[in-house]
Design a protein around this ligand. Structure first.
Ligand code: EPZ
Length: 418
């Protein structure tokens, strides 16, 4: 158990390099078993979810070597197709090992994945797509037994652009005979990253970043070197932290396009944003106004992962901000906790309404999930007194040394490990 302490009131100044992306790293780690290959991966963040994926890879017989700058995964020594329940339960992304294992050995024994409790989070799109590609999947309670003597290319229509389902299909399709086309694919930067990694190990794959992705198998290579892109949600969190606390920070190693919707609302709320090449500078006097109506949507829309965080930054803004959450049914879990700081927030179904208040006062809160926990840190930065956040390890799933990053920018943040 971690207790985060945030003493509000300090403005943030300075520059920081944004960590590699969690949600880009996890599918690449699963993809590293699709073919026997030695992958040298750079910019993989040190996170609990990454450790969980490495444990799965190690359980599957891969050799792993983690250095300061590189993470090397050698999947030529792959031995197994079964992932124990306790490893599957560590995170949501474990589900994409299903496509990876089917591609590698035509078999996968696993169970329903864990991850943040954001609602029902079914995997029907994953299962129906893999079945269309010739996989037989039996569900027994929470266990999944998958087998495919031969995967075949298919035309798959996704009724919703699910990130995980798109990734699972891309991985399985590397071993399928013929062409697989995904219609209605997710367009997130993490999908573009996965395509780049798969192409680097010999996959014939095109279209990521658009709604149609085609995969025509893979030839295989012995080695690859791949650099994970920066984390657009961590970049968004730092931008929101500066907006709320006031100050001027420079984020480097980022692609402004990847979080432009968040920057757009921060700009409308009164922040100055400058971007040049891989640098984004955010300046704020800490006196924000409502940026209007924020509606979450699949990429390139406003990311659901940034919704709790932007909400936290706007708690003291002038005016009324409306949020509409369209991705997850349970993504306002931060609201009841933020109210305890004095925030004026109401929720009804998919809608939340925020009326800015003049001051917030420190309280002890409980992080409900990863981004909810990050939201509480952002809230604490513009709260009078000390905010304590009891966190059962959610924040460490997605943020690498976030206390150090914030302290280097001038915040007063420390973690008590209990
Ligand atoms: C990915 O989750 C991210 N996780 C999430 O990041 C992110 O919130 C989400 O995409 C949306 O952007 C990783 O990349 C590891 P989805 P994923 O499949 O793949 C429904 C974070 O904080 N759906 O696009 O699970 C589902 O219930 C997190 O870093 C089905 O109905 O998201 C949800 O309502 C948490 N059937 C919606 O689609 C399915 O088979 C979006 O889910 C699959 C999904």
């Amino acid at each position: 158990m971690d207790i985060w302490h945030v003493r509000g009131g300090n403005r943030l100044f300075g520059s920081c390099r944004v960590q590699g992306s969690k949600n880009a790293s996890l599918p690449v780690l699963a993809a590293s078993v699709v073919l026997p290959v030695r992958s040298v991966l750079k910019n993989v963040p040190r996170l609990k979810d990454v450790d969980a994926a490495l444990q799965i890879l190690s359980h599957l017989g891969c050799r792993i070597d983690r250095g300061e700058e590189e993470l090397i995964i050698d999947s030529t020594s792959f031995t197994g197709a079964e992932i124990p329940r306790e490893l599957m339960a560590e995170m949501r992304s474990s589900v994409i090992f299903m496509g990876a294992l089917l591609a590698r050995c035509g078999e996968a024994k696993l169970s329903l994945p864990g991850g943040c409790q954001l609602g029902k989070r079914p995997i029907d799109l994953h299962l129906s797509a893999l079945r269309q590609m010739g996989a037989e999947i039996e569900e027994e309670g929470s266990d999944l037994f998958c087998r495919a003597e031969r995967l075949r290319g298919a035309d798959i229509d996704l009724r919703f652009p699910s990130v995980g389902a798109t990734e699972n299909i891309m991985l399985a399709a590397c071993a399928a005979e013929g062409r697989t086309t995904i219609h209605g694919a997710a367009r997130e930067p993490e999908i573009v990253s996965l395509q780049a990694y798969l192409a680097s190990i010999g996959a014939d794959i095109h279209g990521a970043g658009t709604s149609t992705i085609t995969i025509c198998g893979a030839v295989g290579r012995e080695n690859t070197v791949y650099t994970v892109p920066s984390d657009r949600i961590v970049a968004s969190t730092l931008a929101c932290a500066c907006a709320a606390a006031g100050g001027r920070i420079i984020l480097s190693g980022v692609k402004a396009d990847h979080f432009s919707t968040v920057l757009h609302f921060l700009n409308d709320a009164g922040c100055d944003i400058i971007n040049f090449k891989d640098i984004v500078e955010i300046s704020s006097n800490g006196d924000l106004r409502s940026p209007g109506h924020i509606v979450t949507a699949p990429y390139p829309g406003f990311p659901t992962d940034a919704q709790p965080i932007l909400m936290a930054a706007l708690l003291r803004s002038h005016g009324t901000t409306q949020f509409t959450e369209t991705i997850f049914e349970n993504r306002y879990r931060q609201v009841s906790e933020l109210r305890r700081l004095g925030a004026d927030l109401t929720v009804s179904g998919t809608e939340a309404v925020l009326r800015g208040v003049e001051t917030l006062h420190g309280e002890t809160l409980t992080a409900p999930d990863l981004r909810g926990g990050a939201a509480m840190i952002v809230a604490g930065l513009h709260t009078r007194g000390e905010t304590r956040i009891i966190d059962a390890g959610h924040i460490a799933r997605g943020y690498d040394s976030f206390d150090d990053t914030l302290c280097a920018l001038g915040a007063e943040v420390w973690i008590e490990h209990k």
